[in-house]
Design a binder for this molecule. Structure first.
Ligand SMILES: NC(=O)c1ccc[n+]([C@@H]2O[C@H](COP(=O)([O-])OP(=O)(O)OC[C@H]3O[C@@H](n4cnc5c(N)ncnc54)[C@H](O)[C@@H]3O)[C@@H](O)[C@H]2O)c1
Length: 263
């Protein structure tokens, strides 16, 4: 049995992740961390039934991880929390699944460095859905064939999302840019803003939209739109839990969903 812990246990994703761990055959919840609801039962907060696992204060993370024999920790919180917590997790020899988005490159470098220095394994992905990772691969192919088309990325999410543009939109831009040998990004346009050869990135926020991403390749006389729409957040959670099972026993290193899906 793999012992899996969750940070951000009281969040929307944390709750779904705990529900998926409870249903998984090869994993069990070993610990749960947050800055809210300390001491409450993690299963009850996550609507997953009573699990007799209290939500621990993140400040006790190292002690709790050691006491509970945790093998892997799944972190869906906020960038400033992940950059502080992930190195502590790695120092405990615990593998990591990181779904938090909005990490700056310097924050990502700190996390990668801690993972490699401590010889643990991690999967870091702004999107743990299978469909989105196939979408990235389709974008890579399309970009290679349409290098002169104007490219715009439009993402739409619920009104509670904190970061913009989404991590998935940024990853889509990076995949396309890499396929085309490097592109400038322009985030929204306002006033006099003539279009150049950049990738335009636009964030829309409203209601309870789970997450839509459309990539427009527009040429003279035609356009292609490649779209992914998430209907529920559960596929992110189930993907993260599958990644947790996959990463245990892998060679130390930082992996992506492409590695898990064999893409
Ligand atoms: N990679 C993916 O597939 C994917 C999918 C959906 C969401 N996300 C990302 O996951 C993150 C969480 O999303 P959410 O909708 O669950 O947010 P949320 O606001 O519902 O939950 C975040 C949780 O983190 C906790 N938290 C804040 N600071 C903390 C700290 N220092 N230590 C421990 N816990 C802390 C909060 O109390 C809260 O319970 C966001 O970055 C979001 O963009 C990623």
């Amino acid at each position: 049995m793999i012992n899996a812990a969750v940070t951000g246990a009281c969040g929307q994703m944390g709750g779904l992740i705990i529900q998926n761990i409870v249903k998984a055959e090869n994993l069990q919840l070993s610990a749960a961390f947050d800055i809210a609801n300390i001491g409450k039962d993690a299963g009850e907060v996550a609507h997953a039934g009573t699990l007799n696992i209290p939500i621990s204060d993140v400040r006790d993370m190292k002690t709790v991880l050691k006491e509970t024999g945790t093998d892997v920790l799944i972190d869906f919180t906020i960038a400033n929390a992940t950059v502080q917590n992930a190195p502590l997790v790695a120092e405990c020899g615990v593998n990591l699944i990181i779904g938090t988005t909005g990490l700056f490159p310097q924050q990502r470098a700190i996390i990668d460095d801690a993972i490699l220095k401590n010889n643990v394994s991690a999967v870091i992905s702004p999107n743990f859905s299978v469909g989105v990772n196939i979408f990235f691969n389709i974008l890579k192919q399309a970009a290679k064939y349409l290098p002169d088309y104007d490219i715009e990325i439009i993402e739409t999410h619920h009104n509670r999302k904190k970061d913009a543009p989404s991590g998935t939109a940024m990853k889509a831009a990076d995949v396309i840019s890499e396929a085309l040998g490097g592109k400038e990004y322009v985030f929204g346009r306002h006033g006099i803003a003539p279009r150049d050869k950049e990738i335009g990135i636009h964030a829309v926020r409203g209601g309870d939209i789970v997450g839509d991403h459309t990539v427009l390749f527009a040429g003279d006389g035609e356009r292609i739109e490649i779209k992914h729409q998430a209907h529920s957040r559960n596929m992110f959670a189930s993907g993260a839990v599958k990644a947790a099972e996959w990463v245990c026993g892998k060679q130390p290193g930082v992996y992506t969903m492409d590695d898990i899906l064999g893409l």
